[in-house]
Design a binder for this molecule. Structure first.
Ligand code: FAD
Length: 474
C-alpha cells in the first residue's frame, strides 16, 4: 500500500466520500479512511446517513406510509381492500437491503473513481501525516499534501437517561425495533424525533413526544409549523410542548419518564424511549497531539468559510464543523474542498440550504423565516397558497398544507420559501434554484408551471404576494 497521497479523507460519510471522489476526479491520488462497522460487524462506507440516518429512516417512512394509505385512504378512491396487515420483519429486511445496496454502491463509486479505501481508524498527526489503524490492528503512518477531516457526529446522550440500546435508545436503536412498541416516548420534537415517532405511530404505537421548548418546530415558519402540528395531532402523535424531561429509569422491561410541564411534575411509563435531543460533532481520536487544529466551545472543528482549519493543508467538512447537520450540506462542503485543493473554484452557499422533514405531510424550507426577517429589520412581503386549491393535490386526496413565498418588499428578491404538504421535499428544489440565481417572486410568478401539478402551489404563492393569485381570493 502506497503511503503517500495527494489527499487523505478521514471519514467516509456524505461529507467525506464525495470529497474523496471529487478529488480523484481532479486527478489527485486519494485515500478515504472510514471506521464504521454495522451491527452485523460489516465494515462499510456511507457513515451515519447511509447506515443509521437518512436512508434507513426514509425506507421505513415509505413502508409505513404505504401501510397507512392502503389501510385508511384507498376507500375514497373506490378501492376496496380488506385485512391489511404489516410485517415488521419484512419492513426491516427491506430497509437493511436498501442500506446494503447503498453502502455497496458507495464502495463501488470510490473504487471506480480510483480512491484507495482504507477501513479502520484515522488520526491526524502533525506535519500532514495520518496514523491509520486497520480493523485488524495493523498500524501505518500515511502522509498527504492535504487532509480532509469528515468525522461526522454522534447522538447527544443525557446523563439522566443513558442509552442502554434496548429500552432507552438513540436513532439507530429506534430504526431497528423488531416489533412495534406499545408505548413509545420521544424526547425532542426535532426532525429525527418526528420522523421516527411517525414511523412507529403509523404501525400503532402510542407515541408521546416531549419537547422542552414552548414552540413547536421553533426554527420553521410559524404558519407552516401550525399546519404540521394540526396534522400530527390528527395522526395521534401526542406532542407535549414545554415538557422538560428530568430523568428516565428502566423498570423491568419498561421506562419511567419524569418530566415537568406547566401543570408540574408528570410521569409516564413506556416500553421504549427514544432520546433525540440533538447530535454533537464527533472528534474523539481524530486529532493527535500538536496538530494545531482547534475545536470550538461546542466541540466542533474550527473552520473558516472555506472549511479550512487554519493549519496548512488541513480541511474539515460535514457534521464535525459548524452549520446545519445535513447530509447535503456535507456533500457540498466535501466537493467544494476537493475543488479548492485542486486549485479550482469551490464554494457553498449556506443561505440556500434546503431543510426537509419527511413526515406526512412533509415540511420543507429554504432561506429566512418571517421571524428572522423581522428581527433583522428587513422589509418583506409574503404570498401563500393552499394545496386545497391545487387541482393535482385534490386529485391525490392530499390537500393539507400550503406554500409560502417571502420576498423583499422593495427589490422583490426571494428571501425564503416555506412549505408543508404533499411532495414538498421535491418542490423545495425549485425555490433553491430560484434563490441561488437571485430570483425574484416575479420570476417564480412568470415561469410556466405544468398543470395540473403540485408545483402550481409555488407559482400561485408567488403571484399571491402581489394579490394576483388566480385560484384563490386575494
Ligand atoms: C435518523 C437520522 C435521519 C437523518 N435524516 C437526514 C435526512 O433525511 N437528510 C439529511 O440531509 N440529513 C439527515 N440526517 C443527518 C445526516 O445523517 C448527517 O448530516 C450526515 O450523515 C453527516 O455526514 P458526515 O459525513 O459529516 O458524517 P457521518 O455521516 O457521521 O460520517 C462520518 C464517518 O466518519 C467515520 N469516522 C469518524 N471518525 C473517524 C476516524 N477517526 N477514522 C475513521 N473514520 C472515522 C464514522 O465512522 C462515519 O462513518 C439524519 C440523521 C439521522 C441520525
Amino acid at each position: 500500500m502506497a503511503s503517500e497521497y495527494d489527499v487523505i479523507v478521514i471519514g467516509g460519510g456524505p461529507a467525506g466520500y464525495p470529497a474523496a471522489i471529487r478529488a480523484a476526479q481532479n486527478k489527485l491520488k486519494v485515500a478515504c479512511i472510514d471506521e464504521w462497522k454495522n451491527k452485523d460487524g460489516s465494515a462499510v462506507f456511507g457513515g451515519t446517513c447511509t447506515n443509521a440516518g437518512c436512508i434507513p429512516s426514509k425506507a421505513l417512512l415509505e413502508s409505513t406510509e404505504l401501510f397507512v394509505k392502503t389501510k385508511d385512504e384507498l376507500g375514497v378512491h373506490g378501492i376496496k381492500v380488506g385485512g391489511v396487515e404489516f410485517d415488521v420483519t419484512q419492513m426491516q429486511k427491506r430497509k437493511t437491503g436498501i442500506v446494503k445496496a447503498s453502502t455497496t454502491g458507495i464502495a463501488m463509486l470510490l473504487k471506480s473513481a480510483g480512491v484507495t479505501p482504507l477501513q479502520g481508524h484515522g488520526k491526524l498527526l502533525p506535519g500532514k501525516k495520518v496514523e491509520f489503524t486497520a480493523h485488524d490492528g495493523k498500524k501505518e503512518t500515511l502522509s498527504a499534501k492535504h487532509i480532509v477531516l469528515a468525522s461526522g457526529s454522534i447522538p447527544t446522550e443525557l446523563k439522566s437517561m443513558p442509552f442502554d440500546g434496548k429500552n432507552i435508545v438513540d436513532n439507530w436503536g429506534a430504526l431497528d425495533f423488531d416489533s412495534v412498541p406499545k408505548k413509545l416516548a420521544v424526547v425532542g420534537a426535532g426532525v429525527i424525533g418526528l420522523e421516527l415517532g411517525s414511523v412507529w405511530r403509523r404501525l400503532g404505537a402510542e407515541v408521546t413526544v416531549l419537547e422542552a421548548l414552548p414552540d413547536f418546530l421553533g426554527t420553521a415558519d410559524r404558519d407552516i409549523a401550525k399546519v404540521a402540528a394540526r396534522e400530527f395531532a390528527k395522526q395521534g402523535l401526542a406532542i407535549k410542548l414545554g415538557a422538560k424531561v428530568s430523568k428516565a429509569e428502566i423498570k423491568g422491561d419498561t421506562v419511567e419518564v419524569t418530566y415537568a410541564d406547566a401543570k408540574g411534575e408528570q410521569k409516564i411509563v413506556v416500553d421504549k424511549l427514544l432520546v433525540a435531543v440533538g447530535r454533537r460533532a464527533f472528534t474523539e481520536g481524530v486529532l493527535g497531539d500538536g496538530t494545531g487544529v482547534k475545536v470550538d466551545a461546542r466541540g466542533r472543528i474550527d473552520v473558516d468559510e472555506h472549511c479550512w482549519t487554519g493549519v496548512e493543508g488541513v480541511w474539515a467538512v460535514g457534521d464535525c464543523v459548524r452549520g446545519a447537520m445535513l447530509a447535503h450540506k456535507g456533500f457540498e462542503e466535501g466537493m467544494a474542498v476537493a475543488e479548492l485543493i485542486a486549485g479550482k473554484a469551490g464554494h457553498v452557499n449556506y443561505d440556500t440550504i434546503p431543510w426537509v422533514i419527511y413526515t406526512e405531510p412533509e415540511i420543507a424550507w429554504a432561506g429566512k423565516t418571517e421571524e428572522e426577517l423581522k428581527a433583522a429589520n428587513i422589509p418583506y412581503k409574503t404570498g401563500s397558497f393552499p394545496f386545497a386549491a391545487v387541482g393535482r393535490a385534490v386529485a391525490m386526496n392530499e390537500t393539507a398544507g400550503q406554500v409560502k413565498v417571502i420576498a423583499h418588499a422593495e427589490t422583490d428578491r426571494i428571501l425564503g420559501v416555506h412549505m408543508v404538504g404533499p411532495g414538498v421535499s421535491e418542490l423545495i428544489a425549485e425555490a433553491v434554484v430560484a434563490m441561488e440565481f437571485h430570483g425574484s417572486a416575479e420570476d417564480l410568478a412568470r415561469i410556466v408551471h405544468a398543470h395540473p401539478t403540485l408545483s402550481e402551489a409555488v407559482h400561485e404563492a408567488a403571484l399571491s404576494g402581489d394579490k394576483r393569485a388566480i385560484h384563490k381570493a386575494n
